[in-house]
Design a protein around this ligand. Structure first.
Ligand SMILES: NC(=O)c1ccc[n+]([C@@H]2O[C@H](COP(=O)([O-])OP(=O)(O)OC[C@H]3O[C@@H](n4cnc5c(N)ncnc54)[C@H](OP(=O)(O)O)[C@@H]3O)[C@@H](O)[C@H]2O)c1
Length: 195
């Protein structure tokens, strides 16, 4: 137990109706937008560890270099991933985030949270930044929502209800907008979580 400097950053691209994948659970081509993929890759190159559910690997050229926690119920707590050298399989019901980060050999860290739905929800209330990309003109009825409360609530309402504020418009064109939501007291690098 002790205090840690930890920055938690969410990254998601969603349809206009708040979905991150289609009804079959696939990321459709309509959400693969070059400007967003560039932003996503640069963002992930600036984090120390990525955290995602078993189906949300980002599959980028630098992916093999990243330390990674893969959230799964297939292990009781924490196990090294045999398929990927820098990855651990993590069941949050059996091991805390502190224990998972210790397994990776880090304490103070910038964490990139990549989804899907349950994993994004798990960190609500803890994000320092959430980069929310929205594809204009794309609707995915019956798709996988960014948070379980969508569509009853919009993603923006959910972020705001967890104390986040709409920050700068990072990018906008006719296909896409990227807005960074921020926790009010978050100055990059300065938020302290006591655990
Ligand atoms: N547009 C975006 O920004 C974005 C972001 C993320 C994902 N996606 C897309 O969304 C699609 C589907 O993702 P998905 O819904 O399958 O999500 P996912 O979170 O990648 O995978 C779900 C799996 O993660 C594990 N998991 C999730 N929450 C858990 C928890 N609380 N405790 C333990 N294990 C947990 C479970 O794995 P086990 O079955 O192994 O127990 C679960 O079956 C993919 O096509 C992906 O590309 C898009």
């Amino acid at each position: 137990m002790g205090s840690h400097t930890r920055i938690i950053i969410g990254f998601a691209i969603i349809s206009e109706d708040g979905m991150l994948a289609d009804a079959q659970g696939w990321l459709p081509d309509s959400l693969k937008i070059e400007a967003d993929q560039r932003f996503f890759q640069q963002g992930l190159d600036g984090v120390d560890v990525v955290v995602h559910g078993r189906n949300s690997h980002e599959r980028q050229p630098n992916s093999h270099l990243r330390r990674r926690l893969i959230v799964t119920r297939k292990v009781p707590a924490l196990e090294r991933d045999v398929a990927e050298q820098k990855a651990w399989l993590w069941n949050p019901a059996g091991a805390s985030l502190e224990e998972a980060l210790s397994a990776l050999g880090i304490r103070d860290a910038r964490l990139g949270v990549l989804g899907g739905t349950e994993v994004f929800a798990m960190f609500l209330g803890h994000y320092d930044h959430f980069h929310l990309s929205r594809a204009h003109g794309v609707r995915l009825p019956g798709g996988r929502p960014i948070f379980p409360q969508v569509p009853a609530q919009s993603p923006e309402q959910i972020l705001a209800s967890h104390g986040m504020e709409r920050g700068p418009l990072v990018f906008a064109d006719k296909e896409l907008e990227i807005v960074t939501w921020r926790a009010p007291k978050s100055e990059c690098g300065a938020r302290i979580f006591v655990t």
